[in-house]
Design a protein around this ligand. Structure first.
Ligand code: C6P
Length: 414
């Protein structure tokens, strides 16, 4: 457990992240690829180590001591996550591998049972591929139609399209809470109000919001919410699907096999109660327990503090980036309207070349289409570079990054 931090103490927080002591290409590592995956605090690393050293066992079936300890720790993690996003009930939290699997679960289990020919699925143009392709597959299979809410010049969803596209034929609206490219924070409550008026459900892709700001599933009133543990200081291979229990209860299972059944006969089978109906096979036990500790860590810092720090560093970086000639930043200008993700291009330098130059300086950024090709097509941009921040990043690191950008600019445009 970390001590409660009244205000953010970044040097103290950095001590919890052993990887931040690394040097890359002879330079101190500057990790600005947090939207891809975050680094892990020692509390999470030690939790995984302790689990495998001291109480590794399969859960929900063993009578022995180790099985009992592992089961308790796994279910405590579920409770922590339910509280963290203010779910109504613990059984509304289903453990999956990642946000991608969570969305696929809904598209297969809810989608196959509820979508018919002629129905509409409304997405937005800023969705990650994980929140597009499962719906394309479903729509192809059922003869349903996909429609995309587009964005204005600043990267905000177009109000007119929200109200035009969500209509009586809409069965589900699938929307990212925060864009992994533009950083835009979408107004989910407005979407849920618009969708529920027509009896449509709302799935929120919260992969880029839950790690960085307070997210209250009950307040948003969304029907489903998907996020990944690895982007919020937890281990890889563990993610969460939140769903209102009334929907989960009426949905058929997604994957079938052990752990999710009540009884099996040669003639058929019956399902366990929620949430186990959706958790077939041996789960990622260590991953779930590790994610619970990541949630403890974030709660101790406080999500308000996390968000405030990221707003501060994003604002500082945006201001300093205006000093670089030929640098174009995408997404909202106002720092309160975005998470700590800044996508950009610098003159004619290809995003991958820029990322390589940054790497030489020990700076990890991402480049490419960021798994958002429809957005890239809409903006008519082949690729972007992206810096994304977390609570352990500092303004001093931003200064090093700005110097490296200026160096790259001079290299390509002497
Ligand atoms: N975005 C990025 O660098 P998974 O891979 O299932 O943990 O997360 C998928 C996903 C879904 N939605 C959004 C908004 C995301 O940003 C991501 C992951 C990473 O932007 C990897 S492409």
């Amino acid at each position: 457990m970390v001590e409660k931090l009244a205000t953010i103490n970044v040097p103290r927080i950095r001590e919890d992240f052993p990887i931040l002591k690394r040097r890359v290409n002879g330079k101190p590592l500057i990790y600005f690829d947090n939207a891809a995956t975050s680094q892990k605090p020692i509390q999470v690393i030690e939790t995984l180590d302790k689990y495998y050293r001291e109480y590794n066992a399969n859960i929900h079936r063993g009578i022995h001591k180790l099985a009992e300890e592992a089961t308790i720790a796994h279910e405590e993690a579920r409770e922590k996550i339910a509280k963290f996003i203010n779910a109504n009930r613990t059984e509304e939290i289903v453990f999956v591998r990642n946000a991608t699997e969570a969305i696929n679960l809904v598209a297969y289990a809810w989608g196959r049972a509820n979508i018919k020919q002629g129905d509409k699925i409304v997405l937005t143009i800023m969705e990650h591929h994980s929140n597009i392709v499962p719906w394309q597959q479903l729509a192809n299979e059922k003869g349903a139609k996909l429609e995309f809410i587009k964005i204005d010049e600043e990267g905000h969803l177009r109000q007119d399209e929200i109200h035009e596209l969500i209509d009586e034929r809409t069965k589900i609206v699938c929307i990212t809470h925060a864009s992994n490219v533009l950083g835009t924070i979408n107004s989910i409550k407005e979407i849920t109000r618009a969708a529920h008026r027509f009896g449509a459900l709302v799935l929120v892709d919260a992969a880029q919001s839950v790690p960085h700001m307070r997210v209250d599933a009950r307040d948003l009133d969304c029907d489903f919410m998907a996020f990944s543990g690895h982007k919020m200081m937890g281990p890889t291979g563990i993610g969460v699907l939140y769903g209102k229990s009334k929907h989960f209860e009426n949905m058929p299972p997604f994957l079938c096999g052990g752990e999710m059944i009540k009884e099996v006969h040669t003639t058929g089978a019956s399902w366990k109660d929620l949430p186990y109906k959706f958790e077939a096979g041996t789960p990622n036990i260590a991953g779930a327990i590790g994610l619970g500790v990541a949630v403890d860590y974030l709660r101790n810092v406080s999500m308000e503090t996390v968000h405030d720090h990221e707003k501060q560093i994003t604002g500082y970086a945006l201001t300093r980036m205006t000093e670089i000639d030929g640098l174009v930043v995408y997404g909202p200008k106002e720092v309160t309207k975005r998470v700590g993700v800044i996508s950009f291009n610098l003159g004619d330098i290809h995003a991958h070349d820029l990322a390589s130059i940054m790497d030489e300086e020990g700076i990890a950024i991402r480049s490419g289409h960021h798994c958002a090709q429809p957005l890239m097509e809409f903006l008519n941009v082949p690729a972007m570079s992206r810096a994304s921040f977390y609570i352990y990043n500092t303004n001093e690191e931003v200064d090093v990054f700005i110097n490296a950008l200026e160096k790259a600019r001079k290299l390509f445009n002497p």
